[in-house]
Design a protein around this ligand. Sequence first.
Ligand code: MEV
Length: 426
Amino acid sequence: MAEHTSKKFYELSLEERQASIMEQAGLTEEEARALFGQGGISPEQADHMIENAVGLFGLPLGIAQNFVVNGRDVLVPMAIEEPSVVAGASFMARLARTGGGFIAHTTAPEMIGQMQILDVAEPASARLAILEKRAELLQMAGEIDPVLNKLGGGARDIEVRIFDQSPVGPFLVLHLIYDVRDAMGANAVNTAMERLAPRIEQITGGRVHLRILSNLAVRRLARARCTIRLEALAFGEFGAERVRDGIIAAWAFAAVDAYRAATHNKGIMNGIDAVVIATGNDWRAVEAGAHAYAARNGTYTSLSTWGKDREGNLTGTLELPMAVGTVGGATRVHPAARAALKLMGVRSAAELAEIIVSVGLAQNLAALRALATEGIQRGHMGLHARQVAIAAGASGELVEKLAQKLVAEKTVRIDRAQEILKEWSA
Ligand code: MEV
């Protein structure tokens, strides 16, 4: 360690980074193998996870630096194939440090289970008949998972909605609100819904059709905010106020236009998904929840907000559903996911959600700052130029030297790279 402590993390070699992370997080040899190896699981383990397994599919795993969430320094594992994402998050986390890092919190981990009830003779009366039995139904649901109850979770409430009109006529929808504690919750909720169904048919005289969790987890939100000190925003030819106002105007575009909001939110999900995947969680569930939440008022809009405080500092917020767990599912059976959770030092799903939403906000800032100033391509160019240099035949130290020349010339093309290589070897 001693000889590379003066270097920045990204300046270290792959092996030095691994050694540094192992030491910082106190990983065992086995955990380090899971995290730094070929994806953390064997084909045999994959065979127990999904059907028709034939192998594994790898993704790069990077560690975002500089994150302070609720006053705690945290290393953030990110599994992602896209260049610039890990660097962008790390850099913005460094800017956010100037204002104290990210402040994040979550609501109770309450998921919603849905039950569709067809063929009800009189929907309004059937709705009340269900609500009259609320206590009994909650008790029934509560008996299903005694472990969850012991941990302080369990069934919390029943809601019933009426859809008067649909392509198949009117029907009722029951919502079971279920506190799933540190689980993602799909299994607990789906089991509860299936158990309640026969009793609901007795009560309503209707026919229960679908019984399934909703991914629009509006009762399980994660929220983060940050303040970037105005002076930290200036760089190169760009003054701090220009950068700040540019970021706010870029956000305003996403706030009013769905075409832009989709891309803006995609940038947020670049950060969120990478951590959700690295921790073995269901990123499709988080994606579905995020985009449905972005459209909750009938118009698709930005998940984040950006503004300025009284001192002129840049302020940002992000709020979205965050159905992630630290127990059950792949989070427990996938050795790399387990090691990733240890690396982050999280003790609960809420703490994990707080870090994830902070990364989403940092990622959003990285994109907006680049778009509002020098454009997004410049950041991508370094890595792209290195790939072009290798493709042109450079190796060893020549890769970096050639890449730098291509970027300086603003001509990152393979024909030019080959030409330069020829000149250098002449
Ligand atoms: C690219 O993966 C993400 C961005 O398009 C996000 C954005 O436009 O805000 C850069």
